[in-house]
Design a protein around this ligand. Structure first.
Ligand code: PLP
Length: 348
């Protein structure tokens, strides 16, 4: 109501308030509130000097926006296969993709699990590459005790309503410890203006709405409770599925997985999904087609053997219901239905 009565619709006081509290929560020096997570990626890449003709390393399995942002600023996404157990970029396969044109790596903390940042930062340092962390699915996840978004040169977040911290519409943020990077991002996101009608560069319009910022500021103090609830639900799922023979998510000891998604691997996936739906249980696919095999990147001519892990998991991964408000009874129902569906579809 204050946003409305003060007509603080675009950026302004409430966005600034959120920027300060979110930077503090992440443990970074600067936060720039923008219109959505995809814009955050594009602007974040530009702010660290990535542009036309550069190559950027991107995991083969992530949401499309990670690669789309690279393409939209005139750079080229170069895909790297994912790790078999953790679904994140396989750091052992990064170096073979580096060329003289490589400018940056985008580790995505997929499903809420931090990518292996020590290894990634060491490779970046050795080859003089920039690092942008795509934290859209991992607000508050930690790697060796440090919050994701504080390792690379810049990090981006999405507050799309279904994310672990969600607004009531589109919203995103860019986080950095570097004042220069944050200043550049803020300039780009606001028509290149350090002050009104002084345009220092050709930027764009990507600012957070005051209403979204106010919603996020109200929700942020609850985030830790919601993340802990998700972690508890994942434990309950793991326990109930221990005798199922299905591959359930695991996390290294040094990481705090925040379970934006709880992804299992199942045989006969389409049939299993249909059975779950018959029982009134929604499930999802993240993602049904790995990025190198999407029509948008058909020109790259990638073959399944180029990304054996991402390709082989495409038709097995299944995202089960996961949100803070789940109850143990609901998880029990999902697991019962899932085990039933797997058994039934194995025989016909
Ligand atoms: C959601 C998401 C984005 C894009 O965020 P939007 O706010 O929807 O633009 C980018 N990367 C990943 C990994 C995502 O999950």
């Amino acid at each position: 109501m204050k946003v409305l009565s003060e007509t603080a619709f675009i950026s302004g006081k409430y966005a600034k308030e959120f920027e300060e509290s979110f930077a503090k929560y992440i443990g970074a020096n600067h936060c720039v509130a923008v219109a959505n997570g995809t814009d955050a990626l594009e602007i974040g890449l530009q702010a660290i000097g990535v542009g036309a003709g550069d190559e950027v390393l991107v995991p083969a399995n992530t949401f499309f926006a990670t690669a789309e942002a690279v393409s939209n600023i005139g750079a080229k996404p170069v895909f790297v296969d994912i790790d078999e157990n953790y679904y994140n970029i396989d750091s052992a396969k990064i170096e073979e993709k580096i060329t003289p044109k490589t400018k940056a790596i985008i580790p995505v903390h997929l499903y809420g699990l931090p990518a292996e940042m020590d290894e990634i930062m060491a490779i970046a340092k050795k080859h003089n590459l920039k690092v942008l962390e795509d934290c859209a699915q991992a607000h508050g996840a930690t790697y060796k005790g440090k919050t994701v978004g504080t390792f690379g040169d810049v990090a981006t977040f999405s507050f799309y309503p279904s994310k672990n911290l969600g607004a009531f519409g589109d919203a995103g943020a860019i986080v950095s410890n570097s004042k220069d990077v944050a200043d550049k991002a803020r300039l780009i996101a606001n028509h290149g203006q350090p002050e009104k009608y002084k345009h220092n560069l050709v930027g764009r319009n990507s600012r957070m709405d005051g209403i979204q910022a106010a919603v996020l500021s109200i929700k942020l103090p609850h985030l830790e409770i919601w993340l802990e609830a998700r972690r508890k639900h994942a434990e309950t799922y793991n326990k109930l599925l221990a005798d199922s023979g299905l591959i359930v998510p695991i996390a290294p000891e040094h990481s705090r997985h925040t379970y934006h998604l709880y992804v299992v691997q199942v045989p006969n996936r389409e049939k299993v999904m249909a059975k779950l739906a018959e029982d009134g249980i929604d499930s999802g696919l993240h993602y049904p087609i790995a990025l190198p095999f999407l029509e948008a990147y058909a020109d790259f001519g990638h073959q399944p053997s180029d990304f054996p892990v991402a390709h082989s998991q495409m038709d097995k991964i299944l995202s089960l219901p996961m949100y803070a408000e789940l109850t143990d009874e609901m998880i029990e129902t999902v697991c019962r239905s899932l085990k039933n569906a797997v058994a039934l579809t194995a025989t016909n």
